[in-house]
Design a protein around this ligand. Structure first.
Ligand SMILES: [Zn+2]
Length: 230
């Protein structure tokens, strides 16, 4: 792949017309993806080692939004985070055409059949109405997304997987139905860390933890769409 000559026009169009809207990228995600691509695949490097602080400085952002964008891009499959250490992040970049959620279907359709239609679903604010909030609760079938306990309607709430304070959105990709206790205890913590805490406390089995970590990726990649009301 690094040897492949990139078609800049095609890449730019794929980025603006397909990748950003289809994955619901924020302006921070877009800036970080574009920056990392520029310093990796565009100059023939498959992998890139970088310090969040340097990227943030170059983009005129603070560290938090950059770190958050890298995490989101990893969850969405736009890059693969290989290593994270004190010296920085090591990532493997993906071109828009290599991102699984964006690949055309076998029949040449522009979208795989299991993917949700991008238009209405992607732009919907699922906190806006009671009916939309209910679709998220229904998707979890009355169980807390985190601890799996049955959650009667009066103790159900919706949780932002990526907290709003960290630019999390009201998208079906970022909202889950959970019990009040998990909502309170998770707070601003990253969801994978909270799941590991539940595992350490014996509230989740190893298999449940694995399944949940995968579910978080599926959620962010748009593979867990709720059924929209007609
Ligand atoms: Zn719970």
């Amino acid at each position: 792949m690094p040897n492949k000559v990139l078609n800049a026009k095609l890449l730019w169009m794929q980025f603006e017309d397909v990748l950003a809207p289809r994955l619901g990228l924020t302006v921070w995600d877009r800036a970080v993806y574009s920056y990392l691509l520029r310093h990796s695949l565009v100059v023939g490097k498959f992998r890139l080692h970088f310090a969040v602080m340097s990227v943030a400085r170059d983009l005129g952002l603070s560290n938090g939004p950059v770190r958050q964008a890298v995490r989101r891009l990893d969850e969405l499959g736009a890059l693969r985070l290989l290593e994270r250490s004190k010296t920085g992040h090591l990532v493997e970049m993906r071109l828009p055409e290599q991102i699984r959620a964006l690949r055309p279907g076998k029949n040449g359709a522009s979208r795989a059949p299991e993917e949700p239609p991008a238009s209405a679903l992607e732009s919907t604010d699922f906190l806006k109405t009671w009916a939309l909030r209910k679709t998220i609760h229904d998707r979890e079938r009355g169980a807390c997304f985190y601890c799996l306990r049955r959650t009667p309607a009066h103790v159900q709430c919706l949780d932002h997987v990526v907290p709003r304070a960290r630019f999390g959105r009201n998208s079906y990709r970022n909202l889950v139905s959970c019990c009040m206790e998990c909502n309170f205890r998770k707070g601003e913590h990253p969801a994978p860390n909270f799941l590991r805490t539940l595992y350490r406390q014996g509230r989740l089995t190893p298999a449940e933890l694995d399944a949940h970590l995968r579910a978080l990726k599926d959620l962010a990649a748009g593979r867990l769409p709720p059924a929209l009301p007609m």
